[in-house]
Design a protein around this ligand. Sequence first.
Ligand code: FE2
Ligand code: FE2
Length: 285
Amino acid sequence: MADTLTLFHLSDIHFGLEDRVALGAVSAAITRQQPAAVLITGDLTMRARRHEFAAARDWIGALKVPVTVEVGNHDMPYFNLFERFADPYRRFLEVQRLLEKQLTLPGISVVPLLTSVKAQWRWPWSEGRVSGRALAETLAAIDRVPKGSRVLVTAHHPLIERGPRGQLLTIGGTAAMAELAKRGVAAVLSGHVHDPFDLIAETANGPLRMIGAGTLSKRIRSTPASYNEITVTADAITVRVCNSAEVPTDQMQLDAVPKNALPPRQPGEPVAPIGAVPAVDPPTH
Ligand SMILES: [Fe+2]
Ligand SMILES: [Fe+2]
């Protein structure tokens, strides 16, 4: 592989409520730095309206680098329940089909994992679920990755299954994390909670790195709008959280995975750890 490869990890742009100043900075950085790829982990839109997807398509289309995007819970019809049940991904797929579904780059491969569902036997439907079929598709794709290539899995929801008080978050997350750890996945990239993190979770099959990106929308939780610049070298994967407020990465990244994007966290409010510890390969800048 090339000595160093740069990836931009963006999430939760929420076109319709996007932060245009932050997005302008991202576009400029992509033009300047020419990352090998831009990985967007879901919630492209606010309410899956056609004009929101059109704005997403136009913005992504202007980036002259490979782009992948996962479907987020906000990317399925919200007001039109008939369409949500009959053809939930249609509007999203009109954008995704113009992009890469998965990527094979020098030394590293990007494989998607579906965590957003049109409905489920609990409320809210916005929470994540890894179905047996979705996991099987991802594992099969990982098994096809060229030997010697590290794997990054991209998903919308963090895979943590239980919150600090035992509340159910991503159904099927524990089993999925164990299977991904078993295959030696280098990291799972996710969004949804609108705050960044870089943690190691323990699974039944060993440790699994989980990298979360913040939001590029005005719907911020406890950190300013941001995205991750991921640097891949032969022996390390490092993450820098880029934000126009120039808050250092170690102050941007949470020490636990929040349970969701709302309500906004108050300054100083503690976040209960849920079995994850900071990455052993901490950011150096
Ligand atoms: Fe979101
Ligand atoms: Fe979400």
